[in-house]
Structure formats: structure tokens, C-alpha cells
Ligand binder design. Structure first.
Ligand SMILES: [Zn+2]
Length: 104
């Protein structure tokens, strides 16, 4: 469950999705309830990195099995949305910018 650390309101999946697109361009997300700046926690950045790694790994599995191209397409079409969903679903927020996890 994702809660704003400033006002304590829950963020819906749609709100997280909307803010995650903005997050690509700026490091913070804006709480839709209190308009405060919220940042991803260290923990969530690590989780995101792990999900990305598993996503890439999953996309390589068909090539190890010498699978036909239809399997590659099916894998990418399945894995990418699932990975994206998991990243958004597991969001954790912080009032401060904790920096990138490799800069602890
Ligand atoms: Zn808030």
C-alpha cells in the first residue's frame, strides 16, 4: 500500500501510474491529495532494480531454449506490463529525496 508521508492519504493505482510517468522527467512525484513533493524510498528503488533485472532475464529465457519468434513476442508482451505493474504497485514514498541506492 502506498501512502503519502505528508498527509497519510493512500494513492490509488491510477494516481501512482500518472505520477510515475511524470517521475521519469523529474525526481519527485506530487501527492494528488496535499500537493506535497514525494520521493521514492531507497527500498523501492532496489525493488525496481530487481524487477528490471528479472524482466530482462525473463526476456532472455526463450533464446536459451531456441524458441520460435512467437515465443519471444509473447514473452515481451507478457513480461513488460507485469514488470511495470509490479513497479508501480510496490511504490513506497518518502518526504525527502534519499538519493540513488548506489549513493548511500
Ligand atoms: Zn499527501
Amino acid at each position: 500500500m502506498t501512502r503519502c508521508q505528508n498527509c497519510g492519504e493512500k494513492w490509488t493505482f491510477e494516481e501512482k501510474l500518472k505520477e510515475s510517468f511524470k517521475f521519469t522527467f523529474d525526481r519527485h512525484m506530487t501527492c494528488p491529495h496535499c500537493q506535497s513533493k514525494q520521493y521514492q524510498t531507497h527500498r523501492h528503488r532496489k525493488i525496481s532494480a530487481l524487477i528490471s533485472f528479472l524482466m530482462v532475464l525473463a526476456m532472455f529465457i526463450p533464446s536459451f531454449l531456441s524458441a520460435p519468434w512467437q515465443v519471444y513476442v509473447t514473452t515481451v508482451v507478457t513480461v513488460v506490463p507485469v514488470a511495470f505493474f509490479l513497479m508501480v504497485h510496490t511504490y513506497e514514498l518518502s518526504n525527502t529525496d534519499e538519493g540513488d541506492f548506489w549513493h548511500e
